[in-house]
Design a protein around this ligand. Structure first.
Ligand SMILES: NC(=O)c1ccc[n+]([C@@H]2O[C@H](COP(=O)([O-])OP(=O)(O)OC[C@H]3O[C@@H](n4cnc5c(N)ncnc54)[C@H](O)[C@@H]3O)[C@@H](O)[C@H]2O)c1
Ligand SMILES: [Zn+2]
Length: 294
């Protein structure tokens, strides 16, 4: 079964259509689902597999940089509820994942760039060597050249596997994978998902880097390195004009990491190291969001 491309497919109606199709084609508890596509297809497939007949196995063949380097691993499944990104979801580990960077050959340059945003995220939170590798091989990466993509994706999968193995249920360490996503998800929702996930995460990483700098958690040199690599990869770093700080803040208050309306974010402390910070002064968040607008 094929679904419409884009984030808009991550909604209840798609799940219902797939389940109806499965039921009318005799899927039972001995059946399994195989996803072939980007993160959207993987998230929906995993979600359906986790609820159909109280769960059936699934496997993934990810076909975007983002899905190969990040979303295929870890067992998080999700659909959106209106503007509320990934609000409905489950943990359902795939039984198999087949990652073949050869499948990336047909991706448009924009999708390669968006995937590189998650590669940069993984490098900033966990692996300075990966960050340096991307700094040195940026042009080949942007062209999607095989050897470099193999290396980037392998290293990202290792990082994600290590983090998820230590905190499968997202109650501690795994939250660092959310660097750039608190602001990024708010921008995606505020712009009606017209900005692709990777681009929104890139803007989010830039804003959260500024915030870390303002809180004296990050050295200026490291902040500059992060911003330069994002820009050099052709990724956006400015918050769109139509995303006023108060609107973004009210969306961030309903982020899954927020507690009692207090916004928590993953902030970089160096290239290769990040932590979840819970006590972020609201005034500082407002200032950074205002200054980062284009
Ligand atoms: N579950 C997780 O842990 C996790 C982690 C990160 C992101 N995500 C989710 O992943 C989604 C984003 O994934 P994405 O960036 O892969 O987007 P996507 O799945 O929308 O794919 C992007 C576009 O590329 C097209 N495409 C896919 N493979 C192609 C190929 N080989 N050649 C040409 N075109 C191809 C798709 O049709 C689509 O138009 C978001 O919904 C995000 O929430 C999930
Ligand atoms: Zn992401």
């Amino acid at each position: 079964m094929a679904i419409e491309p884009g984030e808009g497919a991550k909604r209840w109606e798609t799940v219902q259509a797939i389940c109806e199709w499965m039921a009318s084609n005799g899927f039972d508890r001995n059946s399994a689902l195989l996803s072939l596509g980007g993160g959207v297809v993987g998230d929906i497939t995993g979600f359906v597999a986790s609820i159909y007949m109280r769960s059936i196995p699934c496997a993934h063949i990810p076909t975007t940089v983002l899905a190969q380097a990040d979303s295929c691993l870890g067992g998080k499944t999700a659909i959106d509820l209106g503007p509320r990104k990934n609000l409905l979801g489950t943990f359902h580990q795939p039984d198999r994942i087949y990652v073949d960077p050869g499948l990336l050959g047909t991706l448009p340059p924009e999708e390669i760039r968006n995937g590189l945003a998650e590669v940069i995220k993984s490098a900033v939170i966990r692996d300075e060597n990966l960050f340096r590798y991307l700094e040195n091989h940026r042009e080949s990466a942007l062209k999607g050249e095989g050897e470099v993509m193999d290396e980037l994706i392998l290293r990202c999968c290792r990082i994600k596997a290590e983090v998820v193995t230590r905190d499968e249920r997202d109650s501690g360490l795994r939250q660092i994978l959310n660097f750039g996503h608190t602001v990024g998800h708010a921008i995606e929702a505020q712009t009606g998902y017209r900005i692709p996930h990777g681009s929104a995460v890139s803007i989010g990483m830039a804003a959260e880097t500024f915030l870390s700098l303002r809180m004296d958690l990050l050295h200026f040199r490291d902040a500059e390195r992060i911003l330069r690599l994002l820009r050099d990869c052709g990724l956006p770093v400015r918050i769109p004009e139509n995303c006023a700080p108060d609107l973004l803040i009210s969306r961030m208050r309903s982020d899954k990491k927020a507690e009692d309306g207090k916004i928590a974010m993953v902030l970089p402390e160096a290239v290769g190291k990040a932590s979840l910070v819970k006590q972020i002064p609201m005034r500082l968040i407002e200032t950074v969001l205002r200054e980062a607008r284009s």
